[in-house]
Design a protein around this ligand. Structure first.
Ligand code: NAD
Length: 368
């Protein structure tokens, strides 16, 4: 099959980690008989340098014309980079916010998976980790508190700030459907997280999720209050498969869930709309402190490419092969600097490798 992938390499370590993900996609293409055509798209600081703005109309059109977009990361050192002297709507991050809006990317997916080999990086006790955990946080990305009306004003002489949290049943239904669809590709369980004991928006959320659940009799589901979910994530993370939740709760819970897996360099993510299209990127930023040194961990970007294969192209076997290759390389004891064990810690002997070598090693296990 043939696919067109928009590639936003971006800034900092972005070009280094995206190069490795492309290497892996090309390896998948040659083993499984697919052709991936890449279209390079400028966004972020590199776009400001080249065009004066973080995202041009041409870049938006190129992204829309792609079957999916693979992204590295954008932005620079916020304290020293001249990009951050610009007004907020001209800074690198403004490009990403605009692109998400233009592409209507309302569903954000962040897996939290604990690799057995990286157990030492997990801050939870061994008996809690057990056989490990593997969950997916599905967060609504374009509605709720972050997009509601807001104002700060003097009320009877007292400064008062107001934010509003609004969800329509349509917004809830489309993300819920996505959540149940994703659960069908996994262990078939959805935990819908809300604050229905207090918030009207949560009560509507719960009602619509129940309606959607009726169309997925093969998927088990439950409701959980957000405060309980925050506790359960560190008490018993194994119980979760897909966590489905609104924007602000998802923002907080996805960071909590990713923390319990260890390194930021391992965390992939996807943002989807109501077609097969998606934007796939590592959860970390552009890491200006290590850019250009050839030491960044490319695994999060490679796993994002695996998500792209699975969710935009329905190439599940190919995605499985990439994920298995990552596991094998970790099993073989190969580590980038960010996932090296602490000096003096027990465990198997490991070897430190650079960004490109990690990409090569992962490729060598695909179709081997
Ligand atoms: P960061 O994620 O870039 O870095 C935090 C720490 O994690 C650094 O020490 C970095 O070296 C390390 N790290 C991150 N990714 C790594 C990898 N793949 N391998 C090894 N180590 C890695 O966060 P920050 O320093 O707060 O932000 C830097 C820039 O990135 C800022 O301009 C910020 O706005 C931007 N940012 C962009 C995105 C995005 O593109 N979606 C997301 C977050 C931050």
């Amino acid at each position: 099959m043939e696919f067109k992938i928009g590639v936003i390499a971006g800034d900092g370590i972005g070009p280094e980690i995206v190069a490795e993900a492309r290497k892996v996609l090309d390896r998948v293409g040659s083993v499984y008989g697919h052709t991936f055509h890449y279209e390079e798209i400028l966004m972020g600081g590199c776009s400001i340098d080249a065009t004066g703005v973080p995202l041009t109309e041409e870049a938006i059109a190129a992204a829309k014309a792609s079957d999916a977009v693979l992204m590295g990361s954008i932005g620079g050192n916020t304290a020293t980079s001249p990009w951050y002297q610009l007004p907020p709507d001209r800074r690198p991050e403004a490009g990403l916010l605009r692109l998400r809006k233009e592409l209507n990317l309302f569903a954000n997916l962040r897996p939290a998976y604990l690799y057995d080999e990286l157990r030492a990086a997990c801050p939870l006790r061994d008996e809690i980790i057990g056989d490990g955990f593997d969950m997916m946080i599905m967060r609504e990305l374009t509605g709720g508190l972050y997009f509601g009306e807001r104002r700060t004003e003097a009320v009877d002489g007292v400064m008062t700030a107001t934010d509003t949290l609004t969800y329509s049943e349509n917004e809830i239904r489309r993300i819920a459907k996505r959540g149940f669809d994703i659960a069908r590709k996994r262990r078939k369980k959805v935990t819908s997280v809300d604050k229905a004991n207090v918030l009207d928006s949560s009560r509507l959320w719960r009602k619509i999720v129940e309606e959607v659940a009726a169309d997925y009799p093969d998927v088990a589901y439950e409701h959980m209050l957000v405060d309980n979910c925050a506790m359960q994530l560190v008490k018993d993370p194994k119980q979760f498969d897909v966590i489905l939740t609104e924007n602000m709760f998802g923002d907080i819970l996805s960071d909590e869930a990713s923390m319990v897996t260890g390194s930021i360099g391992m965390l992939s993510s996807a943002s989807l709309n109501d077609t097969k299209f998606g934007l796939y990127e590592p959860s970390g930023g552009s890491a200006p402190d290590i850019a250009g040194k050839g030491i960044a961990n490319p695994i999060a970007t490679i796993l994002s490419a695996a998500m792209l294969l699975r969710y935009s192209f329905d190439l599940d076997a190919e995605a499985d092969a990439v994920e298995a290759a990552v596991k094998q390389v970790l099993k073989d004891g190969c580590r980038t600097i960010d996932i090296m064990p602490q000096e003096g810690s027990a465990g198997q002997p490991v070897t430190q490798v650079g960004t490109a070598q990690m990409g090569d090693l992962i490729c060598s296990h695909i179709g081997a």
